[in-house]
Design a protein around this ligand. Structure first.
Ligand SMILES: Cc1ncc(COP(=O)(O)O)c(C=O)c1O
Length: 450
């Protein structure tokens, strides 16, 4: 097996010290280095020419696989025609076409659409939109947001404040006020004999917090329908029904962060549809451009937007130089059209069953507690043994290395790992990926057991 650090040339080591890697220490990276040079479809190649099976679509981004010709062509044509549009004193035709295509597939009346430069920007915009919406509709006291521990909503201040990932934010506190947290259902799972009951209990935590905070101060609940951080937590459908009822009862907005789950990944265009619940707002990113362009979008109920458009009301006091970017929008249109044409959302649902069944087989190693997820977003929880169910972070850390050595990219964190391949994967691709996962897990077990 490669030792890792030896693979990085002196030049790259030096350059790496002149930048930073997202959410990881240089030394950790030097231990598991990956410097990619090119990618196509389901694979990356590193600077040494080694090929990797990309089991996480970059990071849930390359929906159509890497370098999809239709998206590249759309970008090329748009670059030649119009590569930048005036952000404050105009917009572009393609930006409006993007609004049309996106609003045609959003659930309910969420047809107010604004594109941004990524997921965090979309979350940030949604939080600000919600607060200003309440101000402009005579409920100025509503400013608090409730989200969940372990949830991740982005790196900027508002999105970070809504995130429940302690180590990713404690260095920057205090953050903005008015961000409260509850636990996701799996926090209570050992207290209940069945998952349904556990979910009912967890959903009602939102109501408790809203009531105790005073509903007239609470603006919204923001959460990922299937939460990646925390280990691909997959609540029941009833959890969302209860949550929807609670939000309606207390005049609180339900905001879905679908930055990972959007664009077909869970078997429908949005996880909102997979769970049959209509939120008031959706934040999107990642897979919307299939990883080609920095792109996100915020979608809101049409009637919410009206309070920014009446003559006597203020406009939404928000904007970015690269919001509504023509090239990003062209990429987004191509991606969404391709998903629709090839029914990739439905395909993700079907292939997800095969993936789940294959991952279940990992239980034969005696270190898997649960396989969770929806569609082509699946997580596997690693434990020391299935009697104690104690987390097994050393195994995850070893898996990170053995997977790389076997030419496989996974998301490992470290007592669970997740897979979320491009939606263009087929049955053979699922089998190849799962064989690599199995082999890497066996190698990782051999490492930790000496
Ligand atoms: C669920 C979720 N929300 C928000 C974000 C932030 O998106 P971005 O990194 O594009 O700013 C991420 C990124 O990983 C995410 O997974």
């Amino acid at each position: 097996m490669d030792t890792g650090a030896a693979m990085i040339s002196d030049r790259y080591q030096k350059l790496l010290r002149q930048t930073f890697l997202d959410y990881q220490h240089h030394d950790t990276f030097f231990d598991n280095p990956l410097i990619v040079e090119r990618a196509k479809g389901l694979h990356y190649w590193d600077v040494e020419g080694r090929r990797y099976f990309d089991a996480i679509a970059g990071v849930y981004a390359a929906t159509l696989g890497h370098g999809h010709p239709r998206v590249i062509e759309a970008i090329r044509l748009q670059l030649e025609k119009l590569s930048f549009a005036p952000p404050m004193h105009g917009t572009a035709d393609v930006t409006l076409e993007f609004v049309d295509r996106i609003s045609a597939v959003t659930p309910g009346t969420l047809n107010f659409v604004k594109s941004f430069g990524g997921g965090s920007e979309s979350v940030e915009a949604a939080l600000k939109f919600a607060r200003q919406y309440f101000r402009q509709t005579d409920r100025p006291g509503k400013f608090k947001f409730i989200s969940r521990y372990h949830g991740y909503h982005g790196a900027t201040f508002g999105a970070m404040a809504a995130s429940g990932t302690g180590p990713r934010k404690s260095a920057f506190e205090p953050g903005p006020t008015g961000f409260l947290k509850v636990f996701a259902p799996n926090h209570y799972r050992d207290d209940f004999s069945d998952w349904e009951q556990c979910n009912r209990f967890a959903a009602r935590q939102f109501e408790d917090v809203i009531v105790h905070e005073d509903p007239s101060t609470v603006a919204g609940v923001i959460l990922e329908p299937v939460s990646n951080t925390g280990g691909v937590i997959t609540p029941t459908q009833e959890y969302f029904q209860i949550l929807r009822e609670i939000c309606d009862r207390y005049d609180v907005l339900l905001i879905f962060d679908e930055i990972i789950t959007g664009w077909g990944r869970t078997g429908e265009m949005f996880a909102a549809q997979t769970y049959d619940v209509i939120p008031d707002m959706i934040c999107s990113g990642k897979g919307l451009s299939s990883g080609t362009m920095p792109l996100g979008a915020m979608m809101a109920r049409r009637d919410m937007a009206e309070c920014f458009q009446q003559a006597d009301k203020d406009n939404f006091a928000h904007g970015h130089t690269y919001a509504g970017h023509p090239v990003g929008c062209a990429a987004g249109i191509a991606v969404v059209e391709q998903i629709i044409e090839d029914r990739l959302d439905k395909r993700a649902g079907e292939l997800g069953e095969r993936l789940a069944a294959r991952l279940e087989k990992l239980k034969r190693h005696g270190v898997v507690r649960e396989v969770r997820g929806k569609g082509l977003l699946r997580g596997v929880e690693l434990v020391r043994d299935t009697e104690s169910n104690e987390p097994f972070p050393e195994l995850g850390l070893a898996l990170k290395k053995t997977a790389l050595a076997n030419g496989l990219l996974l998301r490992v964190d470290p007592s669970w790992f997740a897979v979320g391949p491009a939606l263009i994967i087929d049955e053979a691709g699922i089998d190849e990926m799962c064989d690599l996962i199995d082999r890497s897990l066996v190698d990782a077990l051999a490492t930790v057991r000496g």
